[in-house]
Write a protein that binds this ligand. Structure first.
Ligand code: CMP
Length: 135
């Protein structure tokens, strides 16, 4: 079933010059870009996006990180896009993510893990509504 999912190429991806390499993987897989924007977010948007994490211990430094510079927000579309993107991203912790995944190949961190992908169709709808209202 064709789905849309929200992907963030986080500030570490922009700082490290990995935006093109990461986007290439999604495009090569067959996913298409439905919307894309470079933007720097404030703490309010970070709190909205990460609503389920705001009370967790790891959240304050995560909020500092995601607001630390420009990121690229992307809506990707394709068959089973939510699950496909999560497989391409790899496990959350870059140190444990499998080689061949984006995090497994390029990240050595649990926080600065380059990419975010919606974790379900319901999350995708919520997150796309936050980042690209009206899409
Ligand atoms: P993401 O897929 O965007 O979803 C939540 C983010 O929180 C995650 O990627 C990481 O960037 C970060 N994160 C999750 N767990 C931890 C943790 N234990 N320590 C630090 N950061 C974390």
């Amino acid at each position: 079933m064709t789905q849309r999912t929200l992907v963030l190429l986080k500030p570490d991806a922009v700082r490290r010059g990995l935006v093109g390499s990461i986007l290439s993987r999604f495009e090569a897989k067959g996913l298409s870009i439905a919307a894309m924007e470079l933007r720097t977010i404030d703490a309010g948007l970070a709190d909205q996006h990460y609503a389920e994490h705001v009370a967790k211990d790891f959240y304050p430094p995560l909020r500092d990180f995601v607001t630390s510079g420009p990121l690229v927000a992307v809506v990707l579309e394709g068959d089973e896009a939510v699950e496909v993107v999560r497989a391409l991203n790899g496990a959350t912790d870059g140190r444990k993510a499998a080689p061949g995944t984006i995090r497994g190949d390029f990240s050595l961190s649990n926080r600065e893990n380059l990419v975010h992908g919606s974790d379900s169709a319901e999350s995708a709808a919520r997150e796309i509504g936050i980042w690209f209202p009206g899409l």
